[in-house]
Structures are given as C-alpha cells and as structure tokens.
Design a protein around this ligand. Sequence first.
Ligand code: FES
Length: 568
Amino acid sequence: MRSSAWFGADGRPGMIYRSWLRAEGFTPEVFDGRPVIGIANSWSELTPCNAHLRGIAESVKRGVWQAGGFPLEFPTMSLGESLMRPTAMLFRNLMAMEVEELLRANPIDAVVLLSGCDKTTPAMLMAAASADLPAIMVTGGPMLNGKFRGGDVGSGTHVWKFEAELAAGRMTPAECVIAESGMARSCGHCMTMGTASTMACMAETLGMQLPGSAAWPGADSRRQLTAMLAGQRIVSLAREDVRPSQIMTRAAFENAIRVNAAIGGSTNAVIHLLAIAGRLGVPLALDDFDSLARDVPTLVNLMPSGRYLMEDFCYAGGVPAVMAELGDLLHTDHVSVTGHTLAENIADAQCWNRDVIRGVADPLQPAGSGTAVLRGNLCPDGAVIKQSAASPELMRHRGRALVFDSIEEYHEAAVRPDLDVDPTMVLVVRGAGPKGYPGMPEIGNFVLPTVLLERGVTDMVRISDARMSGTGFGTVVLHVAPEAVAGGPLALVRTGDVIALDVPARSLTVEISDDELARRRAEWLPPASPHRRGYAQLYVDHVLQADRGADLDFLVGSTGAPVPRHNH
Ligand code: FES
C-alpha cells in the first residue's frame, strides 16, 4: 500500500505519522497495512446541493470499516452553483487542482469522491484522473421532485419559466415566492436533467460510480446504502490497484457521449468530458459528440427536454435501464469500478415506466436530436446546440443580428419598451467565454426581450460564447469557439449582419465576405483583461477554449500519485 511509506516507516518519521493521527483516537491496528481510504468531501453550507454529504460520508465509512479499510474523511473546496460569482465554472479547475494535490500529498491508497452540485463532480473526476489513485465517486443524489400548485416543478427549468411568466405579467412576485419555496424540497442537487444530474449519470456511465447510483434521491435511504457499498468496494479497488485510467478509457467516453444523448443531458457534459479525457490522455474531440450521438435517440422524458424529474427517472430504472435499452450502441465489455463488464452490470436492468424511459422504437425524440456540433465562419473551432431543448421551426433560420458586448448590456436593453427587435432576429451576446467573463457563465439561454415576451414570443435564436445551465432550454447556440475576447469571429459581428443557422447541415455562418471579415479583424483590438493578480489572472492566462474543455493548459495530463518526499 502507498500509505505504508508513511505509517510503516521506521523510527522518527513513522512515529510522527502515526502518533499525530492517534490524536483522533484510533487504535494501533489501523496502521497494520490495511488500505487507507480518503473520503474527499465537498460538503459545504454554501453549496446547498452538497450540504448533506457529511451524512453520506458516515455511510461510506461504515462500508470501509466493514471491508477492512481505514477511512479518513477530508474537506475539499466546494462549488455552489447557485451562489458563486461570477460563476462556479471559474473555479472548477481550481477545485480539480486542489483535490489532485490533496490526494498526492496525503497517505491515501484510494479515494471515495463525494460530489453533487454541477462543477463538483467534473472537478473531482479531473482530479482523480490526474492523481490516478483508485477511486469511486458517490454523488449526493437529486432533490425530491419540486411541487407547486399540484404540479411538478423542476429546479432551474422552472426558474426560467417563472422569470418569463413574471416578465410577461402572467405571474406576480408573490406567486413566485410561493413557487420558489416548493422548488427545493429536500437535500440533493437539481432534480431536472441539468448538469448535476447529467454528470452524475456520466460518472456512472464512465464506470466511476456504482450501477444505478446516479439517480437515487439524496433523501432516499438507498442513497446511504449506495454510499456504504461504495465504501466496501473501494477497499477492494485499493487492494487490486485498479486506477481511474483503467476505467475511464476511450470506450467509456464513447458510452458516456451516447448515454448523454439518450438522457437528453446537459451541454455542459461536452466541456466536462473533454476536460476529464484531457487529463487522461484519452483522444476525444468536440466532433465526437456529434458523430457518436447521431444514431442515438433521446429516450429519457425529463425536464428540460421532457416532462418528468429525476425522482421519476430513478423509480423507472435509472441509468441501467437506459443502457439496457441502448444495447449494442454501447461498449458492453467495458469494465467499471464493480470489476464487472457493463453487460454484467446491467443484466437485470428493467424499465418500470415507459413514459419516463422510452424504448428505442418509441423515443422521446428521434436519433440525432441530441447535442449538435456546428461549424462555420462564425465558429471555426465549433459551437454546440442542444436540439432536444430547441424549437424545431428555428433549426434552420436566417436573421439579422442584434449584438451585445456583454450580458449586462443585453439585460439593460432587453427591458426597454422601445428596443428595436423582432422575433426573426438573432440575438448575439459575446464576452462570456472562458477568458471573457471570466469563467464562461451559464447565461447562453438569456431571457427574451420584454417587448417580445409580452407579445407571446417564446423562443428566438440566441448565440453566445457562454454556456447554458443544463436546466435551460431554447434555440441557443453555445460555446462558440474561439470566444470573442480571444479574437474569434464572434468579436467581428455587427448588428444588422445576417446570420444563418442550419442545424441539419451543422453550420453557423455570418453572411459577410472574407474580405470584410479581414477588414474588421484589422480594426479589432483585444480588450485588456481587468484581472492582473491571483487566481483570476492565472485562469485568464491559461484557460483553454471550450472545444478543449476549458481546462488550464498546464493541468492537462496525469502525473499519477508517486509518494512525495517527506519532511521529518
Ligand atoms: Fe447545485 Fe443545481 S444548483 S445542482
């Protein structure tokens, strides 16, 4: 065991390592060479979605002790999507770096990763990939279904809907206060198929979390059971020295891309999976998300693409039922943290509600309706659109651009009663990419101008270098790369230019000549970054563009977890 370099050491160093830990009241047997299992806990009261993870950690510990390991829980950075400014995404890489270094610096043989809220799951998977110690993920599970006036309310998804209803005068502020009280009814992360649920499903599909465990609600006792089983299993993984690099293979990522299409998963999965793959040296490209998903129908009828929520998904069979339905579209010989192949893991999987998890023969949306990757003179390095959450009549659209240099500028204009806008126009917001904001916030599904909402308009083509909340919807083109601040063509578009979106042809173009683009480029001056110190400067100087996962360039790759030099 790696930890024997600490606890098995002779003389003074070993005494120091053991003695200080015994201050916590452990008996000497814990140093007998048994696997030391770190429990990396992103618990925080500032991350409501992860606030119950201390309890989950206790269940993990039970399992670890049962299986003969020595559990040691430690806190990690935590990223609360709903509270952090300018955006939790700015800190995903910082958390990944922090967790990676904690794993490397401490006497840990294997780790259970406790995550939940959007960015905590990819950050921990990135860390585990780079440290490459045996690891299992336990996500905290979704909240119970939100409720308002007898109906289901989806976290995030209904925030956008209520915002539009309020702006259109169909809801009062007082009604919104009542609605918000029923939206987050229990512990857990957002219960729509937003980014947290998507990444939990991705962790399960990649093979890094136990089968079926992504969907158990945070408040369900089986969430605790899953944690305990993970605690038992991680001890075996430590003894067998099974590493994340052996689990998260190219086949695992291909499965993840296909399952993401089937569940109607978040566009953020594109960025996070690219970043995780980058840590492992697994060749994965933006275009893989389009080509691999083209023959996969959307099966899962969950908000924002459909009508149900994660609690329903869980009771309908969860990820194993989706995988069983996809069958040969997946690499069924892929081996997960269970030590078994995917085929073995899902052998008994069944669907218990065909309206929640549809069959391939009767899908929610036909094959090829997942995330599409666009190319063209407006996005030479790509852009994405979530087709299942977009309006079919706008998938081919030409319109005059209405351009804003920041989301703040747009918000100011959007409420003006005299705003010169009509529903055929294409709304462009730039300056919201990885470097631009910084951190690539989730503003891509910005609410429509008030004058149009009042006329009953519900969707328009929107384009940005930002991301969108996984709970969001609409005909929104996201992740335009290169971003405007990095000098991408998005920076050169002007109000009145005609933009053509053709999703079936996978193209996004601005109808101006190359000469005109070159002339505008010659006039363009990159904006000076206001971030000249600290993490924000480090981030802006080193962040990669969206098509490469928005990781920091010096964090790409893995160095494993060799035993560091000691200081005693
Ligand atoms: Fe944490 Fe949505 S705010 S998952």
